[in-house]
Design a protein around this ligand. Sequence first.
Ligand code: FES
Length: 102
Amino acid sequence: ITDREGVVHEVQAPTDMAMNVMELVKAYELAPEGTIGICGGMAMCASCQCYVKSDHTLPEMTPDEDAMLAEAFYVKDNSRLGCQIQLTDDLEGLEIELAPES
Ligand code: FES
């Protein structure tokens, strides 16, 4: 995970706890409190936006995620909402970068 300062962190992610990328970032305190996960993972704030840098195949976006990103700032082609990416074994080696705070 590359934080908003550009620092890369290698993290261990549990895949048996129904945890998502946003919760992982919070668990490792890679973004200041109150700047990520503001809506609690409901795809309604985009504070968890991240850029997917590795070529993992992620689940399709839900209409809610797609709609939220359509309104968010700093969106790129590889933007996703971290709260909508569940941690699974398939994502070993996933590389993401946190989008700027908005
Ligand atoms: Fe709000 Fe992900 S935490 S959209």
